[in-house]
Design a protein around this ligand. Structure first.
Ligand SMILES: *Cc1c(COP(=O)(O)O)cnc(C)c1O
Length: 368
């Protein structure tokens, strides 16, 4: 009778009474644009990143784009990024006037391979943009020294990794900038929203100018800027969610441990030594027919997703003019693209849900 039970969706964003009350409170106050709630959200978020400066913006993509704009690229400046990520990673480089250069990932963590990054450095490289994919921190212990040795800037795409850490240092506290997303399916949300974290006061000031038409004081424009402000409604919702993030993260980690122990016949997500994985996604590798595997899960009421079905370097805007891919050698990216499958892992899963996921995956693995 499993078919008659409601499906366990791949993600389940929380918009509860607390979030609704917070939004209504701000709406009734009449102060709805970037104001006291945004300032409070920035202050509170900084506790996640060792007290760094925080600049709230209207999306994770804006966070990346502003951070890169603040680097003032010259034509031809290259930024090394993974192709195994959401398109926003490379889009932000392009939007800021840079050239994305794709480097391969490690087989185990799905994150940028420092050796591949080293091999991709050219005289035009100005920055490295690691992504903490699925909530697992990238190999910052190797990437930061590499960047320093070559005089490169590091911008972290931490859109999926709120509260993840490596050897005790939180993501968003390594590079010149850490960029977080508060899109509804992320580990916490503000409907739409993003946050840039930085340890550099001058850089923070530049970000604040770029966020708001180049103005610190109204109508005294200092530089060319955009409007990427966060609303106070979004910030109020983000503050509620931030208050719950610690508990939710523990639930995600406990859910992952539960699955790790019980799944058979599939490769469960490895965790690098010293890494605190926050399981934005719980991603297994399926060898064989992944679509059949997904269909078997779906029949048992278990939703799943492949993130991402096409690596960025093979998306249309990143192809050569004749439609062929660039000169990239990305074997692990290609392999992962064909094998990854993310299972539900969010904090509101019940033990019953988890048992159903285990049963469905183990049955599908036997059939595969
Ligand atoms: C979600 C995401 C972004 C973009 O965040 P938005 O808030 O949706 O703009 C960027 N990079 C990665 C890796 C993401 O997962």
């Amino acid at each position: 009778m499993t078919g008659s039970q409601p499906a366990i969706p791949p993600a389940r964003p929380v918009i509860g009474e607390d979030e609704i009350e917070a939004a209504v409170r701000v709406l009734r106050s009449g102060m709805v644009v970037q104001g006291p709630e945004v300032a409070a959200f920035e202050r509170e978020f900084s506790e996640l990143v060792e007290g760094r400066h925080c600049v709230a913006v209207n999306s994770g993509t804006s966070a990346l784009q502003l951070s890169l704009l603040a680097l003032d690229f010259k034509p031809g400046d290259e930024v090394i990024v993974p192709s195994f990520s959401f398109a926003a990673t490379a889009n932000a480089v392009r939007l800021a006037g840079g050239v994305p250069v794709f480097a391969d990932i490690e087989a185990d963590t799905f994150n940028l391979d420092p050796d591949a990054v080293a091999a991709a450095i050219t005289p035009r490289t100005v920055a490295i943009m690691p992504v903490h994919l699925y909530g697992h921190p990238a190999a910052m212990d190797r990437l930061m020294p590499l960047a320093e040795a070559h005089g490169l800037t590091v911008v972290e795409d931490a859109a999926q990794a709120h509260a993840a850490a490596l050897n005790g240092t939180p993501v968003g506290a390594f590079g010149i900038a850490g960029c977080f997303s508060f899109y509804p399916t992320k580990n916490m949300h503000s409907l739409e929203g993003g946050m840039i974290t930085t340890g550099d006061a001058e850089f923070a000031r530049k970000l604040r100018l770029l966020r708001n038409q180049g103005m610190e004081k109204q109508y005294q424009n200092e530089i060319v800027g955009a409007n990427m402000r966060m609303t106070d409604v979004a910030a109020a919702i983000g503050r509620v969610q931030l208050g719950k993030l610690g508990g939710w993260t523990e639930r995600r980690r406990a859910n992952a441990a539960y699955l790790d122990e019980r799944l058979t016949g599939v490769a469960v997500p490895p965790v690098a030594p010293g890494a605190k994985h926050v399981y934005h996604q719980y991603t297994i590798r399926v060898s064989g027919d992944r679509e059949a595997f997904r269909a078997a899960l779906s029949e048992r009421g278990v939703g799943s997703g492949s993130y991402y079905p096409t690596p960025i370097h093979r998306l249309k805007p990143y192809l050569n003019e004749d439609g062929t891919p660039g000169p990239w050698k990305l074997p692990e990216t290609e392999r992962a693209t064909g094998e990854v499958l993310s299972l539900p892992i969010y904090p509101t899963l019940t033990t019953e849900d988890l048992d159903r996921i285990v049963e469905a995956v183990n049955a599908a693995a036997v059939a595969a």
